[in-house]
Design a protein around this ligand. Structure first.
Ligand code: NDP
Length: 283
């Protein structure tokens, strides 16, 4: 059987269409789901991400509200803005574009968000609820991976899943989501003694490392489902994942880079925003 390519662009288009329908239903009730986007400093990559989030928001009927602050913004000034956005009833979601400049305390900023508006799902309350198996807001990239697995019809119950990476942004929430879906989960990281041995028996592999083509085809079992979260830029400017895609003819299914998880992350951010708006404004 030939391997299936998991088309993240197509799934993301479906998610965005669902979000547009939900946003239109809110608009019919006079509610404009609104996403405040906070960008501190002038990191060019962050500026590109913010632009694409803003554009995607407008396309589905989410109102973006940009807050651009200079690189020299103090912690107190940033926290004051977060307080204002928390208190503003017209704001449904607050996205703080990461990374923040080094002099700012990222954990303190995230913790200052109203959990009801934490559309990135990174507030301790959101992650704690996920750890309890009672998620409220799920971080966007792992949420996108789960959607990709779901649309591909991959059976998770009892399946041996290996997550490579344990970041708060991707690896940890991913592992929790898979465990909540009844997979048998192993988390691997830079101190894992024998990654090859863990991968050899994995039916599902989620690669979230950030090292170009670190996982070779020979590491992967025949028939495995592979989700490649990695986004690495080659010297020529092209993008490559954490998995050596060209060597994976024998796997069951794999998400490509680009065109796999990437498009789903923004789609899930918009989904979280509309869900937050519906929850907050239900009463
Ligand atoms: P981090 O750098 O925060 O985490 C990387 C993880 O990989 C760490 O847990 C680290 O282990 C582990 N690791 C590093 N080297 C090895 C190794 N040799 N063997 C096994 N594990 C290793 O990255 P993120 O989680 O933020 O992102 C991971 C990748 O996903 C990046 O390429 C990033 O660009 C991409 N990404 C893609 C998104 C998308 O939309 N598709 C969104 C977010 C991220 P340790 O904990 O021991 O240091």
């Amino acid at each position: 059987m030939s391997r299936r390519i998991l088309d993240g662009k197509a799934v993301a288009a479906r998610v965005r269409a669902e979000v547009a329908t939900a946003a239109a239903a809110l608009a019919a009730r006079g509610i404009s789901p609104t996403l405040a986007v906070v960008l501190v400093g002038d990191d060019p990559a962050s500026a590109v991400y913010v632009r694409s989030k803003t554009k995607a928001a407008i396309e589905v009927g989410v109102v973006p509200r940009d807050h651009r602050l200079p690189a020299a913004t103090t912690q107190a000034e940033l926290l004051a803005l977060i307080d204002r956005l928390n208190a503003d009833p017209s704001v449904d979601g607050i996205l703080v574009q990461l990374p923040l400049p080094a002099h700012l305390d990222t954990d303190a900023v995230i913790a200052a968000l109203d959990p009801a508006k934490d559309v990135d799902g990174l507030h301790p309350m959101s992650l704690g609820r996920l750890a309890q198996g009672k998620p409220t807001v799920v971080p966007c990239t792992p949420k996108g991976c789960m959607r990709l697995l779901g649309e591909a019809g991959v059976s998770l119950r009892g399946a041996r899943a290996v997550v490579i990476g344990r970041s708060v942004l991707v690896g940890r929430p991913m592992a929790l989501l898979l465990a909540n879906a009844d997979a048998t989960v192993t988390i691997c990281h830079s101190r894992t003694r024998d990654l090859a041995q863990e991968l050899a028996r994995a039916e599902i592999v989620i690669a979230a490392v950030g090292r170009p083509e670190m996982i070779r085809g020979a590491d992967l079992a025949a028939g495995a489902t592979v989700i490649d979260v990695g986004i690495n830029r080659r010297p020529d400017g092209s993008l490559v994942g954490d998995v050596a895609f060209a060597e994976t003819e024998h796997v069951g299914a794999i998400s490509p880079v680009p065109g796999g998880v990437g498009p789903l992350t923004i789609a899930c951010l918009l989904e979280n925003t509309v869900e937050a708006a519906a929850r907050r404004r239900a009463s």
